[in-house]
Design a protein around this ligand. Structure first.
Ligand code: KIV
Ligand code: ZN
Length: 519
């Protein structure tokens, strides 16, 4: 067995920070529990000083999870470090991740400080955090556009102050694999007491090189990789966890390192995230995309039948893609439903099972077969139904070749049922959206609309994903139903709830916003 590479998951921080991927505290906790099941070593649960909502969410995750270490991101300043410590102290296993920019560009244009001040701030932040926890990670933001000599200097100083992990972020996804390899080797050779600390990397995907850069860094001796499920994150995203983990696993003889990840949980983790955030991944996405294990060409199919190894370098089951879909129908009972839910990797309470069973029966009456995906939709609906501002009570539409599409909608807003309202539109979905917009009085713009059948057949549930934008704030939402207009209305209301959450947890002051936007 080779060295273990620590998998540091930042889906709930860097990932969640990206437009359209916001989650509420309940959704973040659901995701954190799945990450625990997946076996990640460290979860970056959020940025405690960025908003009271993030503080509470980091606190809750830190106090509930017993497996992975939970860390919070803090800028190199007293208030940020204190917010991180206050959120996490009393947690089972926790640490602090602090950072400051090190490139001259960031120092001058963003922070307006010189290199000496940056070192002083970094050392002060690490020392302050170290008084409360043994695990202190320091990141040199924009490391790959920083003077390598200065990186050696600042990393050496923070090691002396007690940092245990040194993170080298490719913040803007700029470096190439060969350059990154060289940089890591130099840092490992020149930083003070380099053998006593862990080198970590955090790669963004602006040039599509995040995974390649992370892997080359492992070859150069990095023993922690920061990544996100489905590669979500700022702009083009972060390095994708599932791709890194499977590359290290499938090409184990080449890399000679292992991870603690239970790869059979990868697919479920990916699916859960798409359901919670409402963002879809492309069908040809490696490891978890819908086509990742689909063989279309006849010649490939023939090869696969004779010997799967001809065109498959890993088994679908190894990443949790189930090959035989066992199906339930309207005669299935509660016990069968529970067994099925468990086989999909979920555990539900008696109350959850009762509620899901009711919805399952309704769905089974409409569809002959209820597939795994249908069940997951029901499960997610049950789990993410929290206290939300807007609730769709009903939507009815008239449309056709001889009529102007009209939708009548009833909504509950803050628990109060409002009178029905009707509006026209270019089509039934447009009419439903117009009516909802008028009721909530938010003139948001629809920026994306994707409709997908969850399973095959004309009785399939449709899942609609939408993105909306209002006053520069973006949010996405998702809704499912056998009627696509209802699915669309649900997705729109879901997006409005996320928009509302985003507005409520908006950063407390604009200065903070500017700087956080630069991460
Ligand atoms: O991309 C980045 O530089 C970051 C750091 C805060 C680690 O997210
Ligand atoms: Zn980042």
């Amino acid at each position: 067995m080779g060295d273990i590479v620590t998998i540091f998951d930042t889906t709930l921080r860097d990932g969640e920070q990206s437009p359209g991927c916001s989650m509420n505290a309940k959704e973040k906790l659901i995701m954190a529990k799945q990450l625990e099941k997946l076996g990640v070593d460290i979860i970056e649960a959020g940025f405690p000083s960025s908003s009271p909502g993030d503080f509470e969410s980091v606190q809750q995750i830190g106090h509930e999870l017993k497996g992975p270490k939970v860390v919070g991101l803090c800028r190199a300043g007293d208030d940020d470090i204190d917010a991180g410590v206050n959120a996490l102290k009393g947690s089972f296993n926790w640490g602090i991740h602090t950072f400051i920019a090190t490139s001259d560009l960031h120092l001058k244009s963003k922070l307006n400080i010189d290199r000496k001040t940056a070192v002083e701030k970094a050392v002060k932040a690490v020392s302050r955090a170290k008084k409360h926890t043994d695990h202190v990670e320091f990141s040199a933001e924009d490391a790959t556009r920083s003077d390598p000599g200065f990186l050696v200097e600042i990393f050496s100083e923070v090691v002396k102050a007690g940092a245990t992990v040194l993170n080298v972020p490719d913040t803007v996804g700029y470096i190439t694999p060969a350059e990154f390899h060289q940089l890591l080797i130099r840092l490992k050779n020149e930083v003070y007491h380099a053998d006593n600390v862990i080198f970590s990397v955090h790669c963004h995907n602006d040039l599509g090189l995040a995974v390649a850069n992370s892997l080359t860094a492992v070859e150069a001796g990095a023993r922690q990789v920061e990544c996100t499920i489905n590669g979500i994150g700022e702009r083009a995203g972060n390095a994708s966890l599932e791709e890194i983990v499977m590359a290290l696993k499938v090409r184990n003889q080449h890399f000679q390192v292992d991870t603690n990840i239970i790869s059979e949980q990868l697919f479920q983790s990916s699916r859960l995230l798409t359901k919670l955030t409402g963002t879809v991944i492309q069908a040809n996405k490696a490891i978890v995309g819908a086509n990742a294990f689909a063989h279309e060409a006849g010649i490939h199919q023939a090869g696969i039948i004779k010997n799967a190894l001809t065109y498959e370098i890993m088994k679908p089951e190894s990443v949790g893609v189930s090959v035989n879909q066992l199906v339930l129908g309207k005669h299935s009972g509660r016990a069968a439903l529970n067994t099925k839910i468990n086989s999909l990797g979920y555990e539900v309470s008696d109350t959850e099972l009762r509620n899901i069973f009711k919805k399952f029966k309704k769905l089974a009456d409409k569809k002959k077969i209820v597939y795994d995906e249908d069940l997951e939709v029901l499960l997610m609906e049950e789990r993410s139904s929290g206290v939300e501002k807007y609730k769709l009570v009903s939507v009815n539409v008239t449309s056709g070749t001889e009529t102007i599409p009209t939708a009548t909608v009833i909504l509950e807003v803050d628990g109060k049922r409002l009178p029905a309202k009707a509006s026209l539109g270019d089509g039934p979905v447009d009419a439903a959206f117009n009516t909802i917009r008028e009721i909530v009085n938010i003139p948001c713009v629809l920026t994306a609309f994707v409709i997908k059948a969850v399973t095959g057949g004309t009785d399939a549930q449709g899942t609609v994903s939408v993105s909306i934008e209002w006053e520069g704030i973006k949010a996405s939402g998702r809704g499912s139903h056998t009627d696509i207009v209802v699915a669309s209305a649900r997705s729109f209301v879901n997006a409005l709830n996320r928009l509302d959450l985003f507005v409520q947890t908006r950063l407390v002051n604009e200065e903070d916003h500017d700087e956080i936007g630069g991460i």
